[in-house]
Every structure is written in C-alpha cells, then in structure tokens.
Design a protein around this ligand. Structure first.
Ligand SMILES: O=C(O)C(=O)C[C@]1(C(=O)O)C=C[C@@H](O)C=C1
Length: 446
C-alpha cells in the first residue's frame, strides 16, 4: 500500500496535457460517414481516398510533416522539424496558438481555428469501451482481408475500416481527422514485437485508448486448381511467414519465401497477376475476397498464435479504476545515472504493480554512451528508449506515485496511454493443417 496518497500532479498534468487541440481538417474529410472502405490511403505518393482529392491528402501530409513534427519525443527533433509541443511526460507549453495554426493554409484545406472552436465532449471521449455500432472511421495497415482489418472490427464493431498502405499513414490519418482511430499491431505471441509501431508511437502524438488481442489463424492460399507441388514461392507479411515457418517446412514446402506489405495484399497480388506458382499466407476472408482456394488452413506454428493491437486516438481517455486497466509509458534516462532500469522496476515492484511488457528501442538522438573512466571514447554502450506496460490505471494512486518517483531519475517520461485491458476470452485457433489439407493436390487439373 502507498503510505502517501498524494497524487503526483506533474505526472497527471503531463498525462492530461495530451488533450490540447490543434486540428487540421482536410476539407473533404469533414463530411460524415466514411465510404472509404475500398480506398486505400498511401504515403508517397498519396493516392486519393474515395472522398478526398489527391491534392488535399498530399497537402495535408506536407503540412503535417512540416509543422506538427509529431511530437513529444526527443526523437522528433532529430528530423530537423519544429520543436514539437510537448504532449505528456513533459510540461505543456503555456497556452498560445498551436504550431499548426501558424501555418499558411493551403487553398484546398479548411484549417479550423481551433482555439475559437471548443469541441464539446462526446460520449466517445468519456467511455473507455469501444463504441458499438457507430460509424467510427478506423485506420489500419493493409488491404481488406488483413488481420488488422479484423482487429479494427473487433475493437470497434460496425466501424468504417480505412485501409492504409503503411503504419505511418494510419497515424497520419488520425492526426489529420481523416480517421477517428487507428488500430495497429504491436506484438505477436510467436513473432515478437512489431518495432516499427513502437518507434511511431514515440514520434507521433496519438494516445493509446485500448488494446485488442486477435487469435491469428493462417491459411495457405493459391489460385483455384493450383496444386502444392507446383508452388515455387510463398509470399506474405514477414510476421506471418515467421509464424508459419515450421509448419511450411513440415509440409515439405521448402520454396522461396518473400515478404509482402500485408497478408491480404499478398493474396490480392496472386489473384491480380494470375500467379500459378505462388501461394500466400493469409486469412480465410482474404481467400473469399480475392477468389483463392484454401490449400491448407491452421498453418500457424502454434495454436495459441495471437497478435496484440493497440487502439489509437487523438485524445486520451479518462482512466478509471472500476475495471482492469493497463498503462503504457516510454522513458529515457540520463547518461550518468546508474541502475536506472532497476530503480524503475523497483518503483512498480514496491507497489505490487505487475508489468506486462518491456521493450527497448535505440535512442535515435543519443545512440551511443561513452562508458570508460577516461571518457576518451574507447568503451561504448548503446542508449535506449524503454517502453513498459504495467497493470494499473493512471487513476490509481499507486501508478501516480510510481510515475512521480520514476520521473525523478529519468530524463524523459511520457505516458502513451492508460486504457482498459482486453479481457475478452478467446479460443486458440486450431492448428491442424494436416487434417484439413485440401485434397485438390491430387485431383485438380494442374
Ligand atoms: O498482414 C496483415 O494481415 C496484418 O494485419 C499485419 C500483421 C502484423 O503486422 O503482425 C498482423 C497480424 C499477424 O500477426 C500478421 C501480420
């Protein structure tokens, strides 16, 4: 138990400081609804989504890149961008006009003077639970049929899922009000962390507002009539290839394996190109969408194959204590500190707060630390940013005090989000390719 129940105002201020407004709304995105299901957002060049002129999206990307900088992190400054407004983990700047408002408005953009337009709280701001049945626009990476689309649907049932060609585009789509939320993978039980998204979480200013765990059930897909013996290549997302490696070998499929942007994109590529020598690892839904046959299903190496996704929004949610919450933080420490990681872990251990994840990423701004006594640069350590997920809400005084303590010996600390844990029960996906293998290998024409 905490002896002192005093909250840690600096940490909490820093956490809630994320709710400032500086919004850029592409004119065409202001309309209600979505209609973007089939349009895919792209980064370079930015192909137009259904309702957006190509120029709008490109201008929006350019303004975001030149003005917002994303950020809050030491990382962002290395891009040579404007010093970003601090979101949390740092003191917020005094009130004046946000950086985006100072930007000259491209003709086709409707820049909202946000300081004049206080946005009323809506129910979605207040509720930590997904908004069932509403047409929330949710950005994900991949094309329809990707697991990320299924994760978006699980997180926000009935949402309008917006495909994006890269993770970064999904972040930008939310920042630019083209989407309301993004749902992005952060770790898989077999393949490990999706590092790119850890780096992007730091570089952008979005908040984690939820998590969703998706059992991932992979199928081997090919054009109708193709037999396994004809295959010379298996293509898929690198995570999916890694998750099926042993099973593919056990099936005798020792053919070339090639990485693709996403699993469903690989299936689409086979269908579009009429590739009879290539199979994709993707979902059964991708098979239906792109007219492929399932040669084998349940080919993931482990029945408990599950990917954890985070839900991202422009605003943090109000943390609560009436249900299990997780909080995600990222921090760096001063070069001269000793045993910092031990001290950080102790701050949680002494308060009986369980950690659910630790990740470290290179500290881009300060990649190397000199460690020899003479400081002549002969001995070096890498420097890291540390990401920790812990099982407590920011509304819990134990978490507030732990972060207040941690703040004393870290040079940078940011709360990425405090959000309800995904407690939905899930069944392991069957991993039984051998009993389900399609017999077409002996009966079909090729
Ligand atoms: O390619 C897809 O279908 C995705 O949604 C991406 C992704 C990932 O990035 O890990 C998501 C879940 C699976 O683990 C495999 C791939």
């Amino acid at each position: 138990m905490e002896a002192a129940a005093a909250p840690a105002p600096a940490v909490l201020d820093a956490f809630f400081a994320g709710s400032r407004h500086h919004q850029l709304r592409p004119a065409a995105a202001a309309g209600a609804g979505g209609g973007c299901r089939s349009a895919r957002l792209q980064a370079q060049p930015c192909r137009a989504a259904a309702r957006f002129a190509r120029a709008d999206w490109q201008a929006a990307c350019a303004v975001l890149a030149s003005n917002s900088g994303g950020s809050t992190s030491p990382d962002a400054a290395s891009d040579g961008r404007q010093p970003a407004p601090r979101v949390n983990g740092q003191k917020p700047p005094p009130a004046p006009a946000p950086a985006l408002e100072a930007a000259p408005a491209p003709a086709e953009l409707d820049l909202v003077p946000v300081s004049n337009l206080p946005r009323p709280l809506s129910i979605s701001d207040l509720s930590p639970a997904p908004m069932h049945g509403s047409q929330l626009r949710v950005a994900y990476q991949g094309v329809p049929g990707a697991y990320s689309e299924a994760a978006a649907a699980k997180a926000y049932p009935g949402c309008d899922a917006i495909p994006c060609d890269q993770f970064e585009v999904a972040f930008q789509a939310v920042e630019l009000w083209i989407a309301d939320r993004a749902v992005l993978p952060v770790e898989n039980s077999l393949g490990g962390s999706i590092h790119r998204n850890y780096d992007l979480l730091l570089r952008h200013r979005l908040h984690i507002v939820g998590e969703v765990q998706l059992p991932v059930h992979h199928c081997l897909l090919a054009l109708p009539g193709v037999r396994r013996e004809l295959l010379t290549r298996v293509i898929s997302h690198p995570q999916a290839l890694a998750q099926c490696e042993l099973t593919l070998n056990a099936m005798g499929l020792n053919v070339a394996r090639e990485a693709f942007d996403d699993t469903a994109g690989a299936a689409e590529h086979i269908a579009a190109g009429g590739l009879r020598d290539t199979a994709a690892i993707a979902s059964a839904r991708a098979a239906e969408l792109y007219g492929l046959q399932v040669l084998a299903d349940g080919i993931q190496d482990d029945a408990g194959n599950v990917t954890r996704f985070v839900m991202l929004a422009r605003e943090p949610i109000i943390p609560r204590t009436d249900r299990p919450f997780k909080t995600s933080i990222v921090f760096a420490h001063d070069a001269d500190g000793t045993s910092i990681l031990f001290k950080v872990l102790s701050a949680f251990a002494f308060r009986d707060i369980s950690l659910t994840k630790i990740e470290s990423r290179p500290h881009r701004h300060r990649p190397i630390r000199l460690v020899d006594d003479a400081n002549v640069g002969t001995a070096k350590h890498f420097e890291y940013m540390f990401y920790i997920d812990f099982q407590a809400s920011m509304a819990d005084v134990r978490a507030q005090n732990a972060l207040a303590e941690i703040q004393e010996f870290t040079s940078f600390l940011r709360v990425l989000g405090s959000y309800p844990m995904d407690m939905t029960p899930w069944e392991a996906a069957p991993s039984s390719w051998s009993s389900r293998v399609d017999n077409s290998s002996s009966s079909s024409q090729h």
